[in-house]
Write a protein that binds this ligand. Sequence first.
Ligand code: 13P
Length: 249
Amino acid sequence: MSRRTPFIAGNWKMHKTAAEAEAFLQALAGRSFDGVDVAVCVPFTALWAAKRAAGAGVAVYAQTMHEAPDGAFTGEVSAAMLSEVGIDGVVLGHSERRQFFGESDKALQRKVPAALEAGLTPILCVGESEEERDRGDTERKLRTQVQEGLHDVPTARLHEVVIAYEPIWAIGTGKVATPEQAQEACAFCRALVGDRSREAGDRVRVQYGGSMKPGNAAELLALPDVDGGLIGGASLEPDDFAAIAEAAK
Ligand code: 13P
């Protein structure tokens, strides 16, 4: 039995207005997620409403942030700005941000420690494309992303980072990693943290993300090195999202 508390996070991406976020969280109210950490990762404009509407058992995360404390970066938001409004954490390095907005491992190297310093829990997303998997480059890709992203995190704080292994070919495609693929990749990410500190490797939580749904969650979440899920599509409906959180218990 793992000592790590399972962590289920819903990544809403560019979905839900503030009013819709509030309605979602009201629909979750009254459910108990004992023994599971639960978070919703919401658009900037809905952060405040979500935080106000979220019960004690649901954390609210942002989906990105800038690495600098302030400056001439039009359109960006800093870690301190998120923590000022009571936000609990932030998704960093999602493959959509890497692909469409040029988020680089170099920027992530600054973002991950900046989030921690501001009191935010970073979820560092990593994962290979289908092409990389087919040519046998999965481990090389994960090694680069994990090592670069965590490079400037002090060893004593490594375990506070959450890693989300999200194979790009499984995101929004309905194609889910097999239990063997998910276990192997999540264990590999953990081992990379373990190379820095055995204790941190043991404690760090690694989520699986990519077409996780109520119907396949239990099998994935039962894997020894899968400590939770980062859920896209299925996190938009309160019942589906709650069913996945239940499966993590
Ligand atoms: P889906 O669950 O829609 O495949 O998205 C996964 C994801 O990208 C979560 O960050």
